[in-house]
Structures are given as C-alpha cells and as structure tokens.
Design a protein around this ligand. Structure first.
Ligand code: UGA
Length: 432
C-alpha cells in the first residue's frame, strides 16, 4: 500500500532514500533547509552526483516533492526518515541539534499520533534512547521511533537501496517496526528486527569491520613488498575461503569517504566513553594514515629529493563514481608532496570542482593528457575507468620521467614495464 513518507535532509542518503521509496510507489516529501537544493530537486535536478539518480527522479517526479517547510512535510507524511548530518562533537557524541529541531516542530504542530521517526543517519549507539526520552519529555509518547541504518555505497547507492543484502530495523514498539518493515518487504531482502541500540551498533560494527579488512590487507601488502609476494594474488587466495570472502581485500592508498574514517573513530570514541579501549580500531586508523603517505617513500626511492619534481595525480575523489572528496587519500598525498616542495598537478573526471575547495596549491587539469605531459612521475590514486583505460604506453611517451605508482593495483605490472615505466604497485613486485 502506498504510504506517505517524509525525509528530513535531502543530502546523499536522504535523496537516494526518498527517490527509491517514490520509485516503489510511495508519496515522498523531502525537506531541506537549503533553498537552492530544494529548488533543484523540484526541478528534477539532483544536487549530488549519483549514478541513475536523475533518471529515477524523473520517473517518479509525480511522487517526489521537496520543501523548505518542515511543518508542511510533517503534515504530508506519516513515516518520517531522518537523514540529516549528525556530525560528531568534540566528545565524540553526535550533534543532535537538527534532530531536536524536528522534535520541537512536532510538539508545536501538535502531532496527533501516527508519525514514526526513522533514523537513517549514522548516530552513536544510545542516540535512539536519548531521542525517545526527549520525545516523551515533550508529550510526544505517541510518536514512534525506529533505527534503520543505511548501508548504501556512494556510486551504487540506488542499487544498494533496491537490492540490499539486509535491512536492519530497531524499534521500541513492534508496531512502529512493522510499519517500517512493510516498506521494505517488496524488496525481498532479509529483514533483521532488533532493539534500537543493537541496530545502531550493527551499522558501526559493519563499517568498522570493513575498514579493518582494508587496513589488514594494506599491511599484508606492505609485508608482501618486503618478501617479494604479490598481494593481489594473496587476496585472491584468501578470498576463496568462504569464511573470508573476496570483497574489501583490495590493497591501495587507504580508505576515505564520509563514512569509514568518521565511523571508525566514532566507534573507538564510543567504546572509550564507556571505559573500553578499542585497541584494534586505533591500529586500523593509524595503518590507514600511514598508507596514504607511503606513496611519497615510493616516489623518493625513484626520484630522490622531490623538490620541483612534477608529480601528476590521476584521480582525486575518494573512490570512482563520485565527486566526494571527503577524507580522500589524494588530499593527504597532495599535501605531503607539496610539503616536500614537489610541483603537484591533478586530474579527475568528476571531482575537480569539489577538489578545488579542498586542496590548495595543486594545478588542476580537465584533461588527463595535459596533466601527465612532462611529468616526472604519475600516481594513479582513484581507479576511474577513464584513468585505468588510458593508453598507458602513450602516457609513458609524453612524460618527462618514467615513474608510475599504481596506488590501486589497477594496472598490469608486466604491461606497465613493457610500456617503459618504472612501475610500483601496492604490495606487488614488478617484473624487471
Ligand atoms: C561505506 C560502506 O561500504 C557502506 O556500506 C556504508 O553504507 C557507507 O560507507 C556509509 O556508512 O554511509 P562508501 O563510503 O560509499 O560506503 O564507500 P566504499 O565503497 O565502502 O569505499 C570506502 C573506501 O574504502 C574507499 O576509499 C575505497 O577506495 C576503499 N576501499 C574499499 C579499499 O581501499 N579497498 C577495498 O577493498 C575496498
């Protein structure tokens, strides 16, 4: 049955959630405080770069609206997803001010009964219980609250929403969880019903485990370099063990994005607040920081002092398929290279505009060929198909030097060497 859905926060999670629910036949009202964003969505124009989103918004334009007015959204909806920013405060707790504003408005409009708030944003464990207490304090005992963490990956978020591995719903009252579960039932995925704190924890534990897998394989890669083994084959061999699985075992220049770095730190902090020292996560973070910097050592081994050396970074976004620069490894790498007095150029097929605001002192190029021409070394930072598919022998010809650091193990080392490169991957030994 079509439901009346509200979504607070039309960012990446909110907009994808809203568009997908509209595509499933529900009537969706998005609410955001950013007027430009609301106008864009009303005009069918997605304010973020996400594959397939424009098309989806177009297909369900009759069921997807956006407004600045929270009261209007609340009146038009029964199940209200919360997908606002809940940035960590200095103590590692979540800043819930935007969520509290919603509760204030619910109190003001005298919400009569059937609203269910559904937390999509990643919030520290214990947040749901705090919000529940705040609702009760405001006389809003009848308003439901569920935790329904998102597991969307940027770039493939629509597919992740519509074909999830699982849906997790934590509730205080079974009827509220039932209402949320009914929305997801047509997707045919396993639906796990839990308490609210357990649902909140599942999200953190999942992201922290995936980040741990990445830092683990990165350390294996570093050891591979010492002993002459190839990490891509090691990962393949490990991944064939069904208990380990092949995913998230690609060694590289570290993980970035808006989720892993923030969530791993938040979980460590959360454990610390309860008196538990989460030693493993401390290492996961440290390994990731060091991994971003290891490229500098590789470049120095070939070029010596990096002063005035022309280094071309290919790819800036934290991963392909997005213009998201948050916590991207390229940012740390560029800053380290500039600190070594190198001259840094960069190309990205999508993220150049976002990067301009994030990295200073770098020369940006819209064209990969202009970026690599005359470079002493090229570093493949983000494995965009446009970059991996370059005519690499031609890249070797237009460069001044011959150093190629493949930060994502995206190229064939033998081909690279045959093209004339001094090739360095991550955890693999190039044939001489
Ligand atoms: C991540 C999770 O994968 C989602 O399940 C989760 O919903 C999301 O965070 C979130 O909490 O919102 P996302 O940040 O979009 O999704 O990106 P991923 O595709 O998971 O990649 C994260 C980083 O890890 C990227 O920098 C990527 O290059 C790196 N990575 C990934 C590796 O270095 N090696 C791998 O094997 C896999």
């Amino acid at each position: 049955m079509p439901e009346r859905i509200g979504v607070i926060g039309a960012g990446y999670v909110g907009l994808v959630t809203g568009a997908c629910l509209a595509s499933m036949g529900h009537q969706v009202t998005l609410r955001d405080i950013d007027e430009a964003k609301v106008r864009m969505i009303e005009g069918g124009d997605p304010p973020i770069h996400e594959d397939g989103l424009r098309q989806l918004m177009h297909e369900c334009r009759d069921r997807l609206r956006a407004t600045l007015d929270l009261g209007e959204m609340l009146e038009a909806s029964q199940i209200v997803f919360i997908a606002v920013d809940t940035p960590p405060t200095h103590s590692g707790d979540a800043d819930l001010s935007r969520v509290m504003t919603v509760l204030d408005e619910l109190e003001q409009i005298g919400a009569t009964g059937d609203h269910v708030l559904v937390m999509k944003s990643t919030v520290p464990v214990g947040t749901g219980e705090r919000v529940r207490a705040e609702l009760d304090k405001r006389g809003l005992e009848h308003v439901g609250y569920c935790s329904n963490p998102e597991f969307l990956k940027e770039g493939v978020a629509i597919a992740d929403f519509l074909s999830p591995d699982r849906v997790v719903i934590g509730d205080f009252r079974a009827a509220d969880g039932d209402a949320v579960a009914a929305l997801y039932e047509p997707l045919g995925a396993p639906i796990l019903r839990t308490s609210v704190p357990t649902a909140e924890m599942i999200k953190y534990a999942s992201n922290a485990f995936l980040a741990t897998k990445i830092s683990f394989i990165n350390e294996i890669a570093n050891v591979c370099e010492e002993v002459g083994a190839d990490v891509t084959e090691v990962a393949e061999g490990m991944g064939l063990d069904a208990r380990i699985g092949p995913k998230f075992l690609s060694a590289g220049v570290g993980f970035g994005g808006s989720c892993f770095p923030k969530d791993v730190s938040a979980l460590k902090q959360l454990a610390g607040n309860s008196g538990y020292h989460f030693q493993l996560l401390t290492s996961v973070i440290e390994v990731n920081e060091l991994q971003k910097r290891r490229v500098v050592g590789k470049l120095k081994r070939h070029l010596g002092d990096l002063e005035n050396k022309e280094i071309a970074l290919l790819g800036l976004a934290f991963k392909p398929g997005t213009d998201d620069m948050r916590e991207a490894s390229s940012v740390v790498l560029a800053a380290r290279l500039l600190a070594e007095a190198a001259s840094v150029r960069a190309y990205d097929p999508v993220a150049i505009d976002a990067a301009r605001h994030t990295v200073r002192g770098v020369e940006f190029y819209d064209d990969p060929w202009a970026c690599v021409t005359g470079a002493d070394a090229v570093v493949l930072v983000t494995e965009w198909p446009e970059i991996v598919g370059l005519d690499w022998p031609k890249v070797a010809q237009v460069m001044r030097g011959d150093v190629l650091v493949d930060g994502r193990n995206a190229l064939d080392p033998a081909d690279a060497v045959a093209a004339g490169f001094a090739y360095e991957g991550i955890g693999r030994v190039a044939p001489s």
